[in-house]
Write a protein that binds this ligand. Structure first.
Ligand code: MRU
Length: 353
């Protein structure tokens, strides 16, 4: 299945290991690495070999499945204790994307509903496989709703990579582009390069080129000028966490695009599956923002671009207030961010079940 489709599969479960597309090497090399331990999975998430909120959750879920498959003792209570430790370790790999914690909780809760190690192993595996399968369906629906907001030949801007390799398939923000292609449309995508780690330049351009979708690369500081001079019709971005009030955290630079889009009267859309909604976080203010190594900013690849010991601030995400968002595109439809009660209700029920 993975081989005969346009989109690249980034996370493949193999029971005793995960075969993971190493996104750090793209676009130079398309290489899969083998993750066999919790430690391997932690590092892969932390180092961004896998990145993008849904893909992080899927990888962590499969990480627990691989770990469980290697467990040998029949002692169920020892198994559940060790499972909690493995879960906590994976939960410490990155702080912002809530899908990580959501997927880990789903898998561990399912294991706790069983009565033996053997049953728990099967349940963990089944839940992880289900999370990945559901994500593919979810992303397709997001793509369908997203497509209804666009028209043939439009020019759309995006940042980072919220595409197929950041999810099970299709992506969130990029999903409408794949469905547009299926419908025979020509959308023209402007991808912001996404400093400092260049997910837009390295991943979005590569991924869209694989699918023959028209894409033009710009640096992040060209966004406002490009919106105005190229007459961008809409901006669409992915999301790492939606707070209860509709504020969203996404890749650093997203807030800037939202402010620019507002000033230029361009619709600003956020594509987010329900797994990215966090009803325990009241507003964007409370979303933990990951800060990463200063070297990501003071070096460009192996070359340093600032004097040694330059002070650096390197937040990986920012928060866009709900008031700057035209609509949230979810698998349940399109919602104004100050009108998401129905989603909150659905999420509350999902947690209770
Ligand atoms: O640091 P990254 O590359 O994991 O950041 C990813 C993003 O900000 C994406 O937009 C988000 O996770 C959505 S992916 C469908």
């Amino acid at each position: 299945m993975a081989e005969d489709r346009a989109e690249v599969v980034s996370v493949i479960y193999k029971r005793d290991h995960i075969s993971l597309l190493d996104q750090r090497l793209l676009p130079r090399k398309k290489k899969y690495v083998r993750l066999s331990t919790i430690h391997d999975v932690w590092h892969a998430i932390h180092r961004l070999q896998v990145r993008g909120a849904p893909a992080i959750g899927i990888t962590a879920a499969f990480g627990l499945a691989v770990w469980a498959n290697r467990w040998r003792s029949p002692d169920y209570s020892a198994f559940l204790d060790a499972l909690e430790i493995a879960k906590s370790e994976l939960a410490s790999s990155r702080p912002t994307a809530v899908n990580l914690f959501w997927a880990l909780d789903r898998v561990v809760n399912r294991a706790k509903q069983t009565g033996s190690v053997e049953e728990a192993k099967l349940a963990i595996e089944a839940e992880a496989i289900q999370i990945q399968a559901e994500d593919e369906e979810t992303c397709r629906k997001i793509g369908e709703y997203g497509l209804s907001l666009f028209a043939d030949e439009q020019k759309i801007m995006t940042i980072c990579n919220a595409g197929s390799i950041a999810t099970a398939r299709y992506g969130t923000a990029l999903a409408p582009f794949y469905l547009a292609k299926e419908a025979g449309w020509n959308l023209h995508i402007y991808a912001c390069e996404t400093r400092p780690l260049l997910q837009g330049a390295r991943l979005t351009t590569w991924e869209l080129q694989q699918a023959n979708i028209d894409v033009t690369l710009i640096t992040d500081n060209m966004a406002a000028h490009t919106m105005r001079t190229k007459k961008i019709d809409a901006v669409i971005v992915g999301c790492d966490r939606v707070a209860r009030n509709g504020d969203v955290a996404n890749k650093i630079g997203t807030l800037g695009l939202a402010l620019q889009a507002k000033a230029l009267d361009i619709p600003f859309y956020v594509a987010a599956p329900l797994s990215t909604f966090d009803i325990d976080t009241p507003t964007g203010e409370e979303i933990p923002i990951e800060e990463r190594s200063s070297k990501e900013v003071s070096f460009f690849g192996e070359v340093n671009t600032a004097p040694n010991h330059t002070k650096v601030f390197n937040p990986a995400f920012d928060v866009t207030p709900a008031s700057y968002i035209t609509a949230l595109i979810t698998e349940y439809g399109i919602f104004e961010p100050n009108n998401i009660e129905r989603l909150i209700e659905r999420k509350t029920k999902e947690i209770a079940s």
